[in-house]
Design a protein around this ligand. Structure first.
Ligand SMILES: [Zn+2]
Length: 453
């Protein structure tokens, strides 16, 4: 049974207004629309099992960084417009003609929108807000999420501006009991796929999901969704940005907690929660051959497979597994086109059978983790297109999947202090989440945002 309680979160509102009034009081009073956005009902929604309704009162908004409000951040809601949706195979010109726009006017509109949005590239399903008067007109389009492009027509001229639509943040907390797989069980518990993928990526620096996940393990996630609070129809076709902010994975060996801060995940003590070297230096790949003894597909006899193989489409970008110096990037016998990178601590990584190298790559050059170094191919002694990936420590190969070593990067000084305060502010939330039964979840609106870009 689903339990939904409508509730105004007065705390969120008070905190927001208090935060704003200190710095930007004058502007805020001018800009918050007359229909206060905080009248939006804020709600708490529980998952499978009923969560105490008292929880709604316990939810305190996070302290967010002070926001800077400017005129362009808050557009007033669209009114007197008609929403139309671009159909498959339909052109914007064709659509606007129906409203009485002349071809010339649409041509000028497309020109005026240059630099904001490309009308020719508008996807089917995109919404357009139109207000056509005999001597004037208004067209509004969705740019990025919560970004509204407004075009006004008068005296033969289009004036275009980009405006920000107010948003609120919706926070969801999920506790997941793992029975078969983290992905499967999290999906069953209504955690969105994008959030699960981001979680798997972040946790894969610590957990081998093919071997270290067992029935009874627990996964907890907090994620945020940013939602527009006006002009919803204009943004309905867009994917709402989702962001996991806290992850916990608990099995018999580990109780891992990761906190998102400044676009990366960190451990509680401020260490960057990323591997020193990536286990998988490409995206969207399938592990096609493991490390260890195996019968060689071309040579036919059993020998040590010193690396791991990943199958992926030809041309898939290959990334540097970690920060380092290019030792070679050239033809390397049976390895075909290969790159070797030297890293700290006696580590080296090798990437073989590439169909080509990144343009700027040169021997002796420095690369960062995740930087593209080449493209997947089928060169050298290779039967089918794949990446052969080897990791060496002091000249001896190691299994890339066993890499556990964390990056040595750590927050320092003021950043570290801010991060520790952030973790402390989350404590009430993470403690509550830790007490949720597996399968339970709660969702609530946290407040308004006006994050200037
Ligand atoms: Zn191989």
């Amino acid at each position: 049974m689903k339990l939904i309680v409508l509730k105004i979160n007065a705390l969120a509102l008070t905190a927001l207004l208090a935060a704003c009034s200190e710095t930007e009081q004058k502007q805020v009073t001018e800009q918050i629309p007359a229909q206060p956005l905080q009248l939006q009902p804020l709600y708490l929604e529980s998952g499978k099992k009923a969560v105490s309704v008292a929880l709604a009162d316990a939810v305190k908004p996070l302290k967010r960084s002070p926001v800077e409000l400017t005129n362009s951040d808050f557009a007033s809601p669209l009114s007197d417009v008609k929403y139309v949706v671009l159909k498959r195979g339909q052109t914007v010109t064709g659509l606007l003609n129906k409203f009485g726009f002349k071809a010339r006017e649409v041509y000028l509109l497309a020109e005026a929108l240059d630099g904001f949005i490309n009308l020719d590239k508008l996807q089917a399903g995109a919404a357009i807000a139109v207000n056509k008067q005999p001597r004037s007109a208004q067209i509004s389009l969705a740019g990025e999420y919560a970004e509204r492009i407004d075009a006004f027509y008068e005296n033969g001229v289009w004036q275009v501006s980009k405006n920000r639509v107010p948003t609120r943040i919706e926070v969801s907390e999920h506790a997941v009991q793992i029975n078969h797989s983290l992905y499967g069980n999290a999906a069953e518990a209504d955690v969105p796929g994008d959030v699960i993928n981001a979680a798997l990526l972040a946790l894969s620096h610590f957990i081998d999901f093919q071997r270290q996940v067992y029935q009874g393990n627990r996964f907890e996630v907090v994620f945020e969704r940013t939602l527009v609070t006006q002009d919803e129809e204009l943004f309905a076709h867009q994917q709402t940005p989702l962001q996991p902010t806290y992850l916990r994975f608990k099995n018999e060996e580990d109780d891992l907690r990761l906190y998102r801060y400044d676009e990366s995940f960190y451990l509680e003590d401020g260490r960057l929660a990323e591997s020193f070297l990536l286990k998988t230096p490409l995206n969207g790949a399938r592990l096609s051959s493991h490390y260890g003894q195996r019968k060689h597909p071309v040579l036919g006899y059993t020998r040590m497979h010193k690396g791991i193989d990943f199958g992926a489409p030809e041309g898939t970008p290959i990334m540097a597994a970690g920060r380092g110096t290019i030792k070679r990037a050239d033809w390397y016998g049976s390895y075909g086109n290969a790159v070797i990178i030297e890293h700290a601590d006696g580590y080296e990584t090798l990437y073989a059978h590439l169909n080509g190298f990144a343009e700027t790559l040169a021997k002796g050059g420095k690369v960062k983790q995740g930087e593209v170094i080449g493209y997947l191919g089928n060169t050298g002694l290779s039967q089918a297109r794949h990446l052969h990936y080897e990791v060496y420590r002091h000249g001896r190969t190691v299994n890339p999947l066993n890499l556990k070593k964390l990056s040595s990067e750590r927050l320092q000084g003021e950043s570290l202090a801010n991060f520790i305060a952030h973790v402390a502010s989350l404590q009430e939330r993470t403690t509550r989440l830790a007490n949720l039964a597996g399968g339970d979840s709660s969702t609530y609106a946290e407040g308004l945002t006006a994050e200037a870009k």
